[in-house]
Write a protein that binds this ligand. Structure first.
Ligand SMILES: [Zn+2]
Length: 301
């Protein structure tokens, strides 16, 4: 049986917020089984907001969480790293409203988690196993999840730009696959959008140190980490946003041209369509569910 995990010890790093431009110290601290992933603002007397879909706040080119007077922005890359390394329970303490952007990828968070080490908590982990397809479309943006024996993600993007006309990738997510194939992929933006973002008070901490900037003819950064780094980053983003479901999922997630608004709306829809999934412990189906419902439904993909 797969059991819940937390970190072996606390660990910290410092950086700046991509949108706020503010300096921030981030600490990851062990938490008990069942606590989940919680963000704590040490600059607000330790007020907390849990990383769940009920607390999604502003979506401004990043995913934010809000509860009462507490908000935390740009949570998605850190959440992707935590859930992909099966860290179920952790307190994420910040002394500023935004998670540090680091290098624009999830690789620095993977490094932190590996440095802290992982501790098994003995309590069973519940997985959300998809039994029938769930889908959401908005214009030409689409996202869906289908029954599958594993957590897989297929993402495709299409921009009106020669570098990004079409990229598509499917990956079966394991800890190793995430660390090697997805975590290093950096966030990206278009040069023509940078001024617009800044006028809106966003991307104030953005630089070539923490984002790929795409001009009309190429990228301003020296090199890409992968030929298809852009679509890999979209996979990173959707894993982080879907973490707000609160359970690791067993299903095949397929998205086309999505963004944080679509991802988080879909995470909420998945929880609402509770007849489309069942919770299973450590990969075994719970007894309460009628066997016929889960008996090896043919994978849609
Ligand atoms: Zn991102």
């Amino acid at each position: 049986m797969r059991t819940q995990r937390t970190l072996r010890r606390a660990i910290s790093c410092a950086g700046i917020g991509l949108h706020s431009g503010s300096k921030v110290t981030l600490s990851l601290k062990p938490a008990a089984a069942g606590a989940g992933i919680r963000f704590r603002r040490s600059d607000l007397g330790g007020l907390e907001v849990p990383a769940t879909i009920q607390h999604v706040g502003g979506i401004n080119y990043a995913t934010g969480l809000t509860r009462d007077a507490v908000s935390v922005d740009t949570v998605e890359h850190l959440l992707a790293a935590l859930v992909s390394l099966s860290i179920d329970n952790v307190v994420v303490e910040l002394n500023s409203p935004e998670v540090p952007i680091m290098d624009g990828s999830a690789a620095p968070f993977i490094f932190l988690i590996h440095e802290a080490g992982v501790k098994d908590l003995g309590a069973p982990r519940s997985y959300l196993k998809i039994l029938r397809p769930i889908s959401l479309s908005k214009g030409d943006k689409r996202i869906a999840i289908y029954p599958s024996d594993h957590f897989k993600v297929t993402y495709s993007i299409a921009f009106d730009h020669p570098l990004l006309r079409h990229q598509s990738r499917t990956i079966r997510l394991t800890e190793e696959a995430f660390v090697e194939e997805i975590a290093p992929a950096r966030t990206f933006t278009f040069l023509k959008d940078v001024e617009v973002l800044r006028r809106r008070g966003l991307a104030l901490g953005g630089s070539l140190e923490n984002a790929i900037v795409v001009s009309d003819t190429g990228v301003l950064n020296n090199a890409l980490r992968f030929d298809d780094e852009f679509v890999r980053h979209k996979i990173l983003d959707v894993i982080g946003d879907m973490a707000l479901v609160g359970h690791p999922m067993i299903g095949h997630l397929v998205a086309h041209r999505g963004g944080h608004a679509l991802h988080t709306a879909f995470a909420a829809q998945v929880l609402e369509e509770s007849d489309a999934w069942t919770l299973v412990e450590g990969g075994a189906v719970e007894k309460a569910v009628a066997p016929g419902l889960v008996a090896d439904a043919p994978a849609a993909n």
